[in-house]
Design a protein around this ligand. Structure first.
Ligand SMILES: [Zn+2]
Length: 399
């Protein structure tokens, strides 16, 4: 146990909801590697699969259990006997028993009513507890559920012996202000742990997850790189860093390992991380604009909202269309060339032409080419005979 208790517990579902992303299928080895990686970085809980999917899924889940990781393991089940039976024999600690909580899904999906749901919760939670599991009641489509009914469902789950309720924003329609209010209401209506499960359909999964924590959620579901159904789930990297840096809420996750787990999941899922993806994207600590580069060179804190060192990364200064003199001078220093002041504006012009054509930062060899071309052009100008006034102005300084 740590000296200071983390104030939020990450329940990462990369291996369950993450894999539900259309077209994603991890091999057993990939699942073992991802589970090990997440455990090594201190993620306290892992939702590792759906036993009712069949023998192969159960074998992999049991293999993960056999690793004796430090993380507690959870299985996802629909709230029925068939699914609960399927998890028996797998050494997981926690079972999420999921049941629709909105009238839309209760009637439209199950053809049932609220009373049936409450009776099912009562019966199945007791059965799960009797089977030796720590039970979380997954309230599917909580966001569209009537709040009075959702609190009634939570109280029923608590009476039957559940330890946790999951607020699932299944269709991803929550926004942070309503989220905060709903979790506060749940918080005051029951003593259960509350777990937030957010989807990113409106790009608000992280914001909703943060709001839920502020409202009293004790656990949050995340996935590495935000992998998951449709637009995905709340990204592990965003939730961990935002909670820690913006709210002072620690999850005890080692952020130094974020880049490695992100790369591992990107490879295994076949879903590459975009260049500008927050926290883990290749370009998120890369600066080109002259004003920013100049400010960073003076003091990194001038343009730093997130310290790259938290992730074992560094600021990268690159040249591009928006580069200024300082960035250019520095880049040439890096390849061993001290520019003369008259060379700087000319090279900036040439640089802009180059990067507009190549759509990327220049290579060192290309910078050298620009420099040599400048020299050649000056020689060809025959000591001022050129018609190009801009070049003519240089000659007095060049001599
Ligand atoms: Zn989900």
């Amino acid at each position: 146990m740590h000296a200071t208790q983390p104030t939020v517990i990450i329940n990462d579902t990369t291996l369950r909801d993450g894999e539900q992303s259309a077209g994603v299928a991890f091999t057993a080895d990939e699942k073992l590697a991802i589970a090990s990686g997440l455990a090594a970085m201190g993620v306290q809980e892992l939702e590792i699969g759906i036993p009712a999917m069949g023998e192969e899924e159960r074998d992999v889940m049991q293999a993960i259990a056999g690793l004796n990781l430090s993380s507690r393991l959870m299985a996802w089940c629909r709230m029925n006997e068939h699914d609960l039976d399927a998890v028996k024999g797998i050494n997981v600690d926690l079972v999420d028993l999921s049941i629709p909580s909105s009238d839309q899904q209760i009637a439209g999906k199950l053809g049932q009513d609220r009373q049936w749901v409450l009776a099912q919760v009562s019966r199945m939670v007791s059965a799960g507890v009797d089977a030796g599991f720590d039970i979380c009641v997954g309230c599917e489509d909580s966001s569209r559920a009537d709040m009075d009914f959702l609190t009634q469902l939570a109280q029923t789950a608590q009476r039957a012996g559940a330890s946790r309720i999951r607020f699932a924003d299944t269709v991803g329609i929550m926004e942070p202000f309503v989220m905060l209010d709903k979790i506060r209401r749940l918080r005051s209506a029951c003593d259960l742990h509350i777990e937030m499960h957010a989807h990113d359909d409106y790009g608000l999964a992280t914001a909703n997850t943060l709001a839920a924590v502020l409202g009293g959620a004790t656990h949050i579901n995340t996935t590495v790189n935000g992998l998951g159904e449709r637009a995905g789930n709340a990204p592990l990297e965003e939730c961990v860093l935002a909670l820690k840096n913006l709210h002072g809420i620690d999850s005890d996750v080692d952020t130094y390992q974020m880049a490695a787990i992100s790369a591992l999941v990107a490879r295994a899922s076949g879903r590459h991380v975009s260049w500008n993806k927050s926290i883990v994207g290749e370009g998120v600590f890369t600066h080109e604009a002259g004003i920013h580069v100049d400010g960073l060179i003076k003091d990194q804190r001038n343009y730093q909202g997130l310290d790259p060192l938290q992730l074992g990364r560094h600021h990268q200064l690159v040249l591009g269309k928006h580069s200024g003199s300082q960035g250019l001078i520095r880049a040439y220093q890096d390849i061993g060339i001290e520019l003369l002041s008259w060379q700087v504006p000319l090279l900036l012009t040439q640089l802009r032409i180059l990067v507009t054509r190549t759509k990327r930062a220049p290579l060192a060899s290309e910078l050298m080419d620009l420099y040599m071309a400048l020299d050649a052009r000056l020689a060809a100008s025959d000591a001022g005979a050129t018609q190009e006034g801009r070049v003519c102005q240089l000659h007095p300084i060049a001599s």
